[in-house]
Design a protein around this ligand. Sequence first.
Ligand code: KIV
Length: 279
Amino acid sequence: MANITPVDIKARKKSGPPISMLTAYDYSLARMVDSSGIDIILVGDSLGMVMLGYDSTVPVTMEEMLHHCKAVSRGVTDALLVGDMPFMSYQVNMDNALMNASRFLKEAGCDAVKLEGGTDMAPVIEKLVRAGIPVMGHVGLTPQTAASLGGFKVQGRDIERARGIYEDALAVARAGAFSVVLECIPSDLAELITKDVDIPTIGIGAGPHCDGQVLVTNDLLGLYDKFTPKFVKRYLNLSPQIKEALRSFKKEVEAGDFPSPEESFSGGGEAVRAIKSQA
Ligand code: KIV
């Protein structure tokens, strides 16, 4: 169980400071994110693209999500841990949604789940919350259904879609979610939603007026260079540094410079002499 609870996160709407949320998909990075004081760690289904090499988040399975959530949960002591429900794990029927959501808490050590969708998904959110499963909503650009939204592009620049996203956020809040991710929408629409919903909004590509911000950690660190959305800020560019280190390893192996005595073990002389004398 994490130190930070969904109730704490909800209270930050009024008390501040702004909420920080980052993704993690494995034990080592989870430990680093957790010890940096980040409030929420999300095992996002973005792992499908970043870790598993899929072209989208659609193919990600429950088993893949649970596998990564279990690894991350072993590295988290302070942050709230949220598991992302994959495509079609909560849309088929209520019982299936409830069973799948419960697995994130019972088997994988998560504190809450996240699911995509607004008005249409409100009954599912309500059902999970009533059963005692804290839910984070996700509206605006919803990657699992990006194809039907016209691709990975800004949502809500026209009145009809903006009103739809606004209604979606209100519906998610009314259904009992403790927070909602706003993805890839204009800053002024995010500002209006943030003012009108009574739960914290956590933005990604939604401007500075949200109650918190989230990024994919691999983007922030420059570890995923296949595609970088405009809203990503690279705090580090690790990819070239990692490649340089790997090339140095190869060069040293080929030159016989690695391992040196410093990376080797002594003390086998007697055993070697004995083997040689018996040979
Ligand atoms: O899957 C994910 O990483 C997400 C965040 C980008 C919010 O949904």
